[in-house]
Design a protein around this ligand. Structure first.
Ligand code: 13P
Length: 237
């Protein structure tokens, strides 16, 4: 089973999100794919109610619970509406909302009391990549994000190098395989019910076939290409 997560970011307005989700809801996809749609927060609740045969993910949630926290979204907004997945620590949230590894660590813990599968995003910047320090960088992210004494349920890790997001640049298959192996190896002393590794960053219709050859991956986290019907049709029966 390959998990394909459509991160619609802030690309679509409410009507466009509805239109595209309707298209997904009516399309028959190959059994080997599990498509998961991550629309805007405003659209999410509405779409979840309307399209019962579509899987959804939150793009984010906050670590405060219900209460006087203007503008924040508690995790219960997702769990009470049976949203089964949530992105945590996406690089754009880290960049624009100053989310750091310790916040990601806290948010990850919050998912333990829910049925939400966290999709934890990790990845290095271009400078780190050029200096060949990627694994050192990921090691630090992992150590600060996961606790050895916590029994995690199902967790997805999305390896998303910052320099590949929205740039058209993609690491080689060999580089991605090695990173997936490294993450699995480094996390072998941690406790997961299931651990799945995804890749994200400039995945599109042109490179999907090539990237799909990476056997260490359980799927992809896709941004801008995922709002195109031509890309979505790649998974059609
Ligand atoms: P792009 O696919 O647009 O590069 O975005 C990747 C991403 O950030 C998915 O979360």
């Amino acid at each position: 089973m390959k998990f394909i997560i459509f991160n619609w970011k802030s690309y679509l307005n409410f009507d466009e999100s509805n239109f595209l989700t309707k298209f997904i809801s009516k399309t028959k996809f190959k059994n080997k794919y599990n498509l998961i749609v991550a629309p805007s927060s405003l659209a999410l609740g509405f779409l979840k109610n309307k399209y019962k045969n579509v899987n959804f993910s939150g793009q984010n949630f906050d670590f405060y619970g219900k209460g006087g926290f203007t503008s924040f979204m508690p995790i219960s907004d997702l769990s009470e509406n049976n949203i089964n997945y949530a992105l945590i620590g996406h690089s754009e949230v880290r960049q624009y909302r100053k989310e750091n590894n310790s916040i990601v660590n806290l948010k990850l813990k919050l998912t333990l009391d829910t049925k939400i599968t966290p999709i934890v995003c990790l990845g290095e910047d271009l400078n780190t990549y050029k200096k060949k320090l990627t694994t050192d960088y990921l090691k630090k992210q992992i150590i600060e994000t996961f606790d050895k004494n916590t029994q995690y349920k199902e967790v997805f890790i999305a390896y998303e190098p910052l320099w590949a997001i929205g740039s058209g640049l993609v690491p080689t298959n060999d580089e991605i395989s090695k990173i997936a192996d490294f993450i699995n190896f480094f996390l072998k002393d941690y406790s997961f019910k299931k651990l799945k590794i995804l890749y994200g960053g400039s995945v599109n219709s042109e490179n999907l076939e090539q990237l799909s050859k990476i056997k260490e991956l359980d799927g992809f986290l896709v941004g801008s290409a995922s709002i195109k019907k031509s890309f979505i049709n790649k998974f059609k029966l």
